[in-house]
Design a binder for this molecule. Structure first.
Ligand code: NAG
Ligand code: NAG
Length: 485
């Protein structure tokens, strides 16, 4: 029997990272039968739902999950240094990873395992697991990066990585507009993501990682060539990155456990006209203080549009935890809101985002612009009203609104204050309503809507035989296999 090429996938802790790695692994396995994958799991003390997610997955024949967790006591010690935690946490798992590979896979002679005869072909790491390159080097196999953000964010990261060697930049209070690798338009400093605002201990760690991307044999990005041609071309012209594989995959892992909630939402959507519903959903960490919730409610009521609102209760002040569902959302909504809007609106807690976005009734997505959600929205042909909250979301909003014209701004430089130290920054009902009206005006003739529909069509074509993502994925897989021949 032919020797299989075995890949070691290592995602950072956290549901988003693990789920994306699993989806990517499934795509790789479905594309070529010669590959098999060991996906290593580093258990984070706060878990973030990873275990239940893994348990809910059906088993796949050439994919195994390996627990490489370290002593929880050690993890608790690492938690004392917040800036370094993620990097030290991952670093602390190197020994376990080396042991696993030594005992289970070999890089020269083929070994046999549950997968039959295999040989180690490479490591696939996500953007924070850079120190695992050292382990791959020990086994003399190449590493690849699986980058779960925009190509534009990769370009921006390389830009500031290079800049830090020549200047001690600080844009934290700046109103300048900058020229940044990967962007056609001048970029307002106000919407820079945190690591690009200034060099801090944690941003330095981030750029140390970016610098090491150059040691890898390829960077896989969850985007597609037709969506980000400018950023991809800029990266290629700048010759600062290894080969880039823009592989957009269709991710649909809406939680199957929540059938009842899903059914009731879909039934409601089935009764609404095409493209008539404003869908509001702010991702795994998205929630607002009561003052803000009221403004959203006022905007929705005034706009008169139909809406489906995933409304989540924030964690107690100062705690960085996931939001939860309200027992009774009336306590934060304006008096009588639910009664007055019951014919046109539905307020829910958790929502099956991909299922909703794919529904013909949805016309606008009010989103925090997480990259996942952005890709889902574009591929479902739904224009976005951009309301970024944290991480690189302000940049994603700028990309969507200014560079690509696929979204309208609610407020691009909004930054969620997780620590709750400052007075609540409230986005007014007028700002929200204004964006909704812009996206709902002129029906199917709306310019932004038309562009999004065109991009949806391009995304579909990119994944078809001969399309850009299809081709890119096969080139990547040929490269994986070439490592064992
Ligand atoms: C990204 O998408 C996957 C698949 O849809 C999902 O399971 C995951 O929770 C998402 N990650 C984030 C950070 O939202
Ligand atoms: C609504 O959308 C569906 C699916 O896209 C389509 O088949 C149907 O004809 C549309 N209905 C109207 C009234 O436009």
């Amino acid at each position: 029997m032919e020797t299989k090429a075995e890949l070691v996938f290592i995602p950072s802790p956290g549901l988003g990272h693990v789920a994306s790695a699993v989806e990517f692994a499934k795509l790789v396995l479905a594309t070529n039968e010669r590959l098999c994958i060991s996906l290593l799991i580093m258990k984070h003390p706060a878990d973030f739902g990873v275990q239940s997610y893994l348990q809910s997955l059906p088993s796949l024949s050439r994919l195994r999950f390996i627990d490489v967790s370290i002593d929880p006591k050690l993890v608790v010690e690492l938690l004392s240094n917040k800036d370094r935690f993620l990097y030290d946490f991952i670093d602390g798992h190197k020994q376990k990873v080396t042991e696993f590979v030594t005992n289970n896979i070999t890089s020269n002679n083929s070994s046999s395992s549950q997968f039959g005869s295999t040989r180690l072909a490479g490591f696939v790491l996500d953007m924070f697991c850079i120190s695992m390159i050292d382990v791959a080097n020990e086994f003399r196999v190449p590493s690849y990066i699986f980058f779960t953000s925009a190509a534009a964010f990769l370009a921006l990261s390389f830009h500031f990585e290079a800049l830090r060697s020549t200047s001690k930049f600080d844009y934290s209070e700046s109103d300048e507009e900058l020229s940044i690798l990967g962007f056609k338009n001048r970029y307002p400093a106000k919407v820079l993501p945190k690591p690009a605002k200034a060099i801090t201990p944690s941003s330095s760690l981030y750029y140390d990682g970016i610098c090491r991307f150059r040691e890898t044999k390829g960077i896989v990005i969850n985007t597609f060539a037709e969506l980000e041609p400018f950023a991809l071309q800029s990266l290629s012209d700048a010759k600062i990155a290894p080969p880039i594989y823009p592989i957009h995959a269709v991710f649909n892992s809406d939680d199957n456990d929540k059938k009842q909630e899903t059914e009731s939402i879909v039934e409601w959507l089935d009764d609404q006209p095409n493209s008539s519903v404003v869908f509001l959903c702010f991702g795994t960490m998205g929630s607002f203080e009561p003052e803000q919730v009221k403004e959203i409610a006022i905007a929705l009521e005034r706009s008169g549009h139909r809406f489906l609102w995933s409304l989540r209760r924030p964690p107690p002040k100062g705690k960085i935890e996931m939001p939860s569902n309200y027992d009774n959302s009336e306590e934060v909504l304006p008096e009588g809101f639910l009664e007055r809007t019951k014919r046109i609106g539905k307020v829910v807690g958790w929502a099956p985002q991909v299922t909703v976005l794919s529904h013909r009734a949805v016309g606008v997505f009010v989103s925090h612009c997480g990259w996942n959600s952005t890709m889902e929205s574009v591929c479902c042909g739904v224009p976005i009203a951009a309301w970024p909250l944290y991480a690189e979301q302000q940049m994603n909003a700028f990309l969507l609104v200014k560079e690509l014209g696929l979204a309208v701004e609610i407020r691009m430089d909004y930054v969620k204050d997780f620590e709750g130290k400052n007075p609540v920054d409230v986005v007014s009902a007028e700002e929200i309503e204004g964006a909704l009206q812009k996206l709902m005006a002129n029906g199917e003739e709306n310019e932004v809507r038309k562009r999004v529909k065109e991009m949806q069509e391009k995304s579909r074509k990119a994944m078809e035989e001969g399309g850009s993502s299809y081709t890119s994925l096969r080139l990547l897989i040929d490269d994986f296999i070439s490592n064992i021949s």
